[in-house]
Write a protein that binds this ligand. Sequence first.
Ligand code: FES
Length: 220
Amino acid sequence: MTAVEGSSRTSELARQDESALLDLLQELEKRHGFVPRQVSEEISRLVEVKLERLRRIQGKLDSTIRRDVQQHVAQWRNEEGNLIMILHAIQNQHGYVPREVAMELSRELGVKLARIYEVITFYHYFKLQPPGAHTVTVCNGTACYLKGSGELLNELRTQLGISEGQTTADRQFHLDVVRCIGCCGMAPAIVVDGRTCGHVKPSDIAGHVAAVKAKTGGAK
Ligand code: FES
């Protein structure tokens, strides 16, 4: 588990504690008409112990994120256009630009968070969400477009239930669109996990999706 994944998991656990405590207190009140003082004090103590542990873990994870960002910044600090270079390094490290990392970068570089997001959203390359385990890319360059890449894209949108640039909720598939992958003789073409498939028909799409799912042990 990376520091970023650990950080969001820790926040999630802390939220779970709060709601578990409230549920338990409500249940006790419903059953007995009141919450015995001893019980509520014991619950509070247990939750406080757990929260304290989570806070310590969070602190360690935050310092890991800070150290990583400081390393990226140190490498590019005096270079022109360093923000983009650092964002590339961050995306290479995590597969996307996590919010916690962007916030740390804003502090470290002294650049407003809004400016960082402006750059991230301007360039199609940068992602704000973790990528899917598998990427299906549709070529929409002129040759592929003329040979029906639009229909392939529609079929993929239907099969996966997402639009281009999005990742399925189970994080198994990411759908992308690019302009010309240099295989125009094979148009229309798609790329599935780095493998180029040419002369693809809309009726082939289900098979490609099923093959990836089979590889992942039948993920839905
Ligand atoms: S346009 Fe699709 S490979 Fe060139």
